[in-house]
Design a binder for this molecule. Structure first.
Ligand code: NAI
Length: 491
């Protein structure tokens, strides 16, 4: 196929490489000749490395024979597909799309790699809106094996089908998504970092502790603050604000003030050396233990929990050799979407003796121990020492509805459920896209099934009731599946 890519920056050169190694003829076009030169050099080196490593068979000269460069969009006449990947600016993109349309044949498909602009809006400025679609690649294009194929309101379904087939033929997974703010991945990706920032704003724990819990107990590759530092607040904060605004201030997507404040202060992340972490040091500081390791271990505790939570807690206590004893000096509660204060009050416990344990996440790896405002912190420290002696990490956090991971993962599952409810993408595509693009340990809907839709629904309802915040309102998709026992992946 004859493909043209307009814009030879980070994305354009990656897209060109992908189609080149998939056997297509590619014309790369950029307003800057130096960008074209560096793009060709980079593509040449990358293809060369793939051949050297045996990941690609063929001769570099043959691939490069099919790569052409132009500075001014001449020679696009016989293109079958043109992909626009210039700067993320609405008017510049409209100008380029119009120019493309003036040069190509009627049968040519025109796609935009925009990550935040509306395809329906861009298409409405074009002569043939039906042939305009979104083709949203991820950086780095050859390695991120996912492409969102975005259908605008007027995009011809045949165009979507052809693009989907074309992407599949490159070995990448194509997911069809409707033209909505943030499409699929950037929309669903909000839950993790947005909830992380909200916990920081509420001073639930230090960033190191929140990140460590997310990694160890949640299985995330990075904690929310490590991820924000990697992406840079200059990118993440505008995305959070735009998507929130475009969904008319839906509280589920509400960012925290802390992000914009740090952006103003220039604490963007790795790129400015100072982010949530300081990258000037060669070695990143490890999460600092907040407990006094010399504290005397605990031999016995009482448990005020019920059902599965009680079973899990008692099994855990057995594994760390702590006896369950009525009237012991420390009482463990197991909040599910509520906080420790609520559980203490509900069961008329002496709050100074009560700590909360997350029994949903981390009992094998990293236990979250939550205090209430009156908890004797010495008792909590002794519990952490006892847990660590069994080789399991433990962190103390302030009282928080849904502790740490319950609220983070419930938000992710709920947003995925809402995206399924709105028909933005198919349930299996939602899961596949999130695993491929964001590297979560499980697709969010599968994760919800694994935890139990009813459990996630309960966490969210309790979060909503405890905090009074509609941010946590459950999606109908989740509620209906929790009530009927259907899978969250079920259409
Ligand atoms: P970039 O700044 O690296 O490259 C943009 C290129 O477009 C530059 O080489 C520039 O010279 C060229 N250009 C600008 N105006 C032009 C015009 N009128 N005609 C021809 N060439 C022109 O930008 P990047 O990062 O490659 O982004 C491109 C698009 O891809 C944007 O829409 C962005 O939102 C989207 N995107 C970016 C991702 C990323 O991680 N960088 C991820 C997914 C999408």
């Amino acid at each position: 196929m004859k493909i043209a890519v307009i814009g030879a920056g980070v994305m354009g050169r990656g897209i060109a490489q992908l189609f080149l190694v998939s056997g297509h003829s590619v014309t790369l076009c950029d307003a800057s000749s130096s960008q074209l030169d560096s793009a060709v050099e980079e593509i040449k080196q990358r293809i060369g490395r793939l051949i050297d490593k045996g990941r690609l068979s063929g001769d570099i000269g043959t691939f490069l024979k099919h790569l052409h460069t132009v500075e001014n969009m001449e020679g696009l006449d016989d293109s079958e597909l043109v992909i626009e990947a210039i700067v993320e600016d609405r008017q510049s993109k409209i100008d380029v799309l119009k120019k493309i349309e003036s040069r190509v044949n009627d049968g040519c498909i025109v796609a935009s790699n925009t990550s935040s602009l509306s395809i329906s809006d861009l298409a409405s400025c074009c002569a043939v809106p039906g042939r305009i679609a979104g083709l949203h690649f991820f950086n780095p294009v050859p390695l991120m094996k996912l492409v969102e194929v975005v259908a605008g309101e007027r995009t011809d379904i045949k165009i979507i089908n052809r693009l989907t087939e074309l992407v599949a033929q490159t070995g990448h997974r194509a997911v069809c998504v409707t033209d909505t703010p943030g499409f699929l991945v950037n929309h669903l990706g909000r839950a993790f970092s947005t909830e992380g920032l909200k916990m920081l704003q509420e001073r639930i724990a230090a960033v190191e502790t929140l990140d460590a819990i997310a990694r160890d107990a949640g299985g995330f590759r990075m904690g929310p603050f490590e991820l924000l530092d990697l992406t840079g607040l200059d990118v993440s904060v505008p995305v959070m604000e735009q998507i929130h605004a475009q969904y008319y201030q839906d509280p589920r997507l509400r960012p925290s003030e802390i992000g914009r404040r740090r952006l103003h202060a220039g604490r963007l992340g790795r790129k400015t050396v100072q982010g949530f972490y300081n990258y000037a040091e060669t070695e990143q500081s490890q999460p600092t233990a907040v407990t006094d390791e010399s504290a005397k271990p605990i031999d016995a505790v009482s448990v005020c929990a019920f059902g599965d939570a009680k079973d899990r807690l008692e099994d855990f206590l057995d594994r760390i050799n702590v006896t369950v004893l009525d009237g012991a000096e420390l009482v463990l509660v197991a909040p599910l979407g509520t906080d420790v204060s609520t559980e203490s009050s509900r069961y008329s416990l002496d709050a100074s003796a009560v700590v909360g344990i997350d029994t949903v996440f981390g009992l094998d790896t990293h236990v979250t121990v939550a205090l209430n405002p009156r908890t004797d912190s010495g008792l909590a420290e002794r519990l952490c020492v006892t847990i660590r002696q069994s080789g399991i990490e433990a962190s103390i956090v302030r009282d928080s509805a849904g502790l740490v991971l319950q609220r983070v993962v419930a938000m992710i599952v709920n947003l995925a459920a809402e995206i399924a409810q709105q028909g933005i993408a198919r349930p299996d595509d939602i899961d596949a896209a999130i695993v491929a693009a964001l590297g979560y340990p499980k697709g969010p809907l599968e994760w919800g099934d694994h935890l139990g839709a009813k459990t996630v629904w309960q966490i969210l309802m309790n979060l909503q009731q405890t905090t009074g915040d509609d941010r946590y309102r459950p999606s109908p998709w989740l509620r209906q599946r929790a009530l009927t026992g259907a899978s969250l992946l079920h259409e």
